[in-house]
Design a protein around this ligand. Sequence first.
Ligand SMILES: Nc1ncnc2c1ncn2[C@@H]1O[C@H](COP(=O)(O)OP(=O)(O)OP(=O)(O)O)[C@@H](O)[C@H]1O
Ligand SMILES: [Mg+2]
Length: 249
Amino acid sequence: MSIEIDGIHKAFGANQVLRGFSVEAREGETLVILGHSGSGKSVTIKHVVGLLQPDEGEVRVDGERVGGMDIEELFSLRRKVGFVFQFAALFDSMSVADNVAMGLRRMKEVSDEEREERVREALRVVDLVGFEDRAPSELSGGQRKRAGIARAIATRPGYLLYDEPTTGLDPITRAVVDRLINRMKDELGVTGIVITHDMESAFRVADRLAMLYEGKCRLEGTPDEFRNSEDPVVRAFIEGRPELMEEAE
Ligand SMILES: Nc1ncnc2c1ncn2[C@@H]1O[C@H](COP(=O)(O)OP(=O)(O)OP(=O)(O)O)[C@@H](O)[C@H]1O
Ligand SMILES: [Mg+2]
């Protein structure tokens, strides 16, 4: 049980974004992927659910290659892998409850009753009970993020991918979201990938981290290995001190 990102290359026209990026999220851990804006973090995790196909290399979930999947296999993959999008991506024409129920409606084995119960449970977990009938446009940014998490967990996936779950939130709400990520892991055994450039959050949730830099993995390791790294590229990033990068040239 793992997500293996194995030497993926991805270009958009002349823009070579990924150049052989490899990293693994092991069973039951939270892996944090760090990297500058535009470095290819969102592009990377879109490969995990088959929203993008690599030019070279492959992604495997539970040992199965995502690239070769047909529509049916992609459906069952997306049931296993919940995705919390960078920009919530809720449907504004639908209520919060209907947004959360969306993935469950595709699961024929889930009865109407069970679906309602799971929606209630997911909203309880993210502390949005009472917001069922609101439109997403009537929520604050933090509430929208939490609704996006509720939608991702409603199908009870074994894997969760979080793209910048705390960006733009106040410190308290960030801590709440981080705690939620940790609960998913501790209570439900979820294997997670979290993308962030918020270092405080990163160290709160990470079992291990990986830094994506110039299309490749610059460092993969434990929080202590990151804190103690002497690589100027890593130091510059985690300390927010771009001047350190000059030493890397
Ligand atoms: N569908 C696409 N078509 C063309 N270029 C794309 C596409 N998606 C992403 N890119 C480009 O790929 C690069 C990496 O984008 P990506 O969204 O992965 O960055 P990121 O690391 O997630 O950044 P941020 O921290 O700002 O979210 C950027 O230069 C972006 O413009
Ligand atoms: Mg991104």
